[in-house]
Design a protein around this ligand. Sequence first.
Ligand SMILES: *Cc1c(COP(=O)(O)O)cnc(C)c1O
Length: 383
Amino acid sequence: MNDASKKSLSESVAAKGAPISEAAAGAILTVDLGAVRENYRRLKARLGGVNCAGVVKADGYGLGGAQVAAALAAEGCAIFFVAHLAEGMLLRQALGSRPAIYVLNGINPGGEGEAFEAQLGAVINSAGQLAAWRAAALRAGHKLKAAIQVDSGMSRLGMAAAEVEAVTADPQGFDGIDVTFVMSHLARADEPEHPANEQQRLEFERLREMLPKAPASLANSSGIFLGQPFHYDLARPGAALYGINPTPAEPNPMLPVVRLQSKVIQTRMLEAGAGVGYGHIFRTAAPLAAATISLGYGDGWHRRASAAAFFDGVRLPFLGRVSMDSIVLDISALPPDRLKAGDLVELIGPSQTVDQVAGQAGTIGYEILTSLGHRFHRRYVSG
Ligand SMILES: *Cc1c(COP(=O)(O)O)cnc(C)c1O
């Protein structure tokens, strides 16, 4: 990637929010939209001719919903999923009227008017949501789009068998509703050998037979890797687009998307016996070179996540607790005076993947990404 293309991309998206300049920020988050696009192409290749949506809930898994969705749209993605009505309204502004946008959690009671004004499709999870959407269609005077979600075994969202039976028994149950597809979600798709996947698939088939005939959608990122029987008519990947490994037992088939770097604020030589950070949970045994960086739990870096930063590929372990705005690093592995104030150390990137950071924090890559805060200088590049 060249510097000119970097600049024009970041400037074109900066107009949307209140951008934080590189000089004003403590840390820099780089999002490679070219990698997002390549990941979309890789998933499409796995899917053969099956349509592929983009899941951009939680602000595009923390990476910038508008930017990520625009990159996917440029790749031909025409169906997007968000979780909340508010996310859908923002995305509609960002993408214009063309793409289909569905709200996974369904429309909150009272939100139907805003939803149809923004031309959002509802994901209907219950008989109550169905009735409210039907009433909204009646008020609108035209059919409204909806995906019907059935609960095939996750017990989280969607209509289970008894509710599907009840709504289909009502001859007017789907009046005014354009059922664009029937969908369900897998609980254990990242465990390819687990029998729960096939059980859910069979239950999905049974429930969709009972509903108005429509295309079907079951697979999230990991579901795509369960093979063709799980693909149906539309896949709904999120995580894999952002570089999270959809096949945790195997090497990551996706490209990394995120790089997080933080600035060194100061360096110091600690004396033997010095306590470091809140609670002095670390104490030096001998003199030790340390650096303090400008990143902490206020940036979404979990306080429990003891980890390391990297500089020139050299691992620099955290010392003591993560503070709100800073972390102290052991830099004794570097030559003296190699690291200076203003230098950037890497927290996520080539030396340390999102999935590795998550493993050290006892969580998943999804939570690492969606935790990333709003204090960073954000760079959108296409490399
Ligand atoms: C979040 C979500 C997805 C995307 O899941 P990934 O594991 O991120 O690919 C798909 N479908 C539903 C219903 C979801 O809630």
